[in-house]
Ligand binder design. Structure first.
Ligand SMILES: Nc1ncnc2c1ncn2[C@@H]1O[C@H](COP(=O)(O)OP(=O)(O)OP(=O)(O)O)[C@@H](O)[C@H]1O
Ligand SMILES: [Mg+2]
Length: 327
């Protein structure tokens, strides 16, 4: 439905995006994920028509939109800073684009009422000044303002990053339900890997203007395509040569997720160096063969371990993530 075909964007000689190839399906919740400066916003802005590619082509519904004016692409965009009009009421903010389109007053009212309910804004809040609302409520207004125009595509650039942790988790659940309900194809940007895995049908991981991997959240986490992805997503340990030897696991560029490092009798000897109780699980940093190794466990034994305790660990070969040629 959306196609990035070798899309390259440069700013004054600096390459922000290098030949990006992506396909996003109808109705999908698709996320661009990567560290600050990797080109996420640039990709979104290219699709919205706010940044012009120096090479490549963009398609929406099979139509080449590379040179099509932004307002004719059928995309709605929500930014990190809500960019609302502070002196207007909630209703006026949501209705802004409808006014620009010269839609009739009655129609505007009905559309705003419907979308406000969808995003969880109470009818009583609609006539209030938008500046009186909390951050989470303002973000709902920003999303409603984009949705009310019934875009074919919804673009969201870090819409939750200004909110506190708890609200962020709550709103991301709501956003996911809303997207399913409305069915709008959504391209979401975040640098928060947990958020990306929680929300998305598929995720594209970017690094330095390049695509590292595209896949479902499980693909990205369980079958990370590169050491970069492995390191950026969740937690992982790169095993040293000595650790691989101690564990009897061959050699190479080998990584492991904490939940696959098992406390097991007969395993290699390790020492507990730190201990983080997380409620449902415990994350331990062990020292094995002179280097750190993370393990996560839901067992009561793991929760009861203390610093300097001696344990035995093992990793099954099948749980390893191996990269490149074995050294
Ligand atoms: N208007 C601009 N002029 C010059 N360089 C820019 C401009 N916008 C972005 N860049 C540069 O392009 C690169 C990609 O920027 P972009 O904003 O796409 O990153 P991002 O992944 O969205 O980062 P963040 O997570 O910090 O928002 C960065 O190196 C940035 O400094
Ligand atoms: Mg950005």
């Amino acid at each position: 439905m959306i196609r990035f075909d070798g899309v390259r964007v440069e700013y004054e000689g600096h390459v922000a995006l290098e030949g990006l190839d992506l396909e996003i399906r109808e109705g999908e919740f698709f996320t661009l994920l990567g560290p600050s400066g990797c080109g996420k916003s640039t990709a979104l802005r290219a699709l919205a028509g706010f940044a012009e590619p120096t090479a490549g082509r963009l398609e929406i519904d099979g139509r080449d939109v590379t040179r099509v004016a932004s307002e004719k692409r059928g995309v709605g965009m929500v930014f990190q800073s809500y960019a609302l009009f502070p002196s207007m009421s909630v209703r006026e903010n949501i209705a802004f684009g409808l006014r620009v389109q010269r839609r009739a007053g009655r129609e505007r009212r009905d559309l705003v009422d419907r979308v406000a309910a969808q995003v969880g804004l109470a009818a009583s809040q609609l006539e209030r000044g938008v500046a009186e609302l909390s951050g989470g409520q303002q973000q709902r207004v920003a999303i409603a303002r984009a949705l009310v125009l019934e875009p074919r595509i919804l673009l969201l650039d870090e819409p939750l990053s200004n909110l506190d942790a708890k609200l962020r988790v709550q709103l991301r659940g709501e956003l996911q339900r809303l997207q399913r309900e409305v069915g709008v194809t959504t391209l979401y940007v975040t640098h928060d890997q947990e958020e990306a895995l929680a929300l998305s049908d598929r995720v594209a991981v970017l690094s330095d203007g390049r695509l590292e991997q595209v896949g479902t959240p499980r693909d990205i986490y369980e079958r990370s395509a590169s050491p970069f992805v492995c390191d950026f997503i969740g937690e992982a340990t790169r095993l040293s040569t000595e650790q691989l030897e101690a564990l009897g696991l061959g050699h190479g560029d080998v990584w492991v997720r904490p939940e696959h490092v098992l406390l097991r009798e007969g395993g290699a000897p390790a020492t507990v160096r730190s201990h983080a109780y997380r409620g449902a699980s415990t994350l331990l940093e062990l020292e094995l063969a002179g280097a750190p190794l993370l393990t996560a466990s839901t067992s009561a034994e793991a929760a009861a371990l203390e610093i300097d305790d001696e344990v035995r660990v093992a990793i099954d070969e099948g749980a390893l993530l191996r990269y490149g040629q074995p050294a």
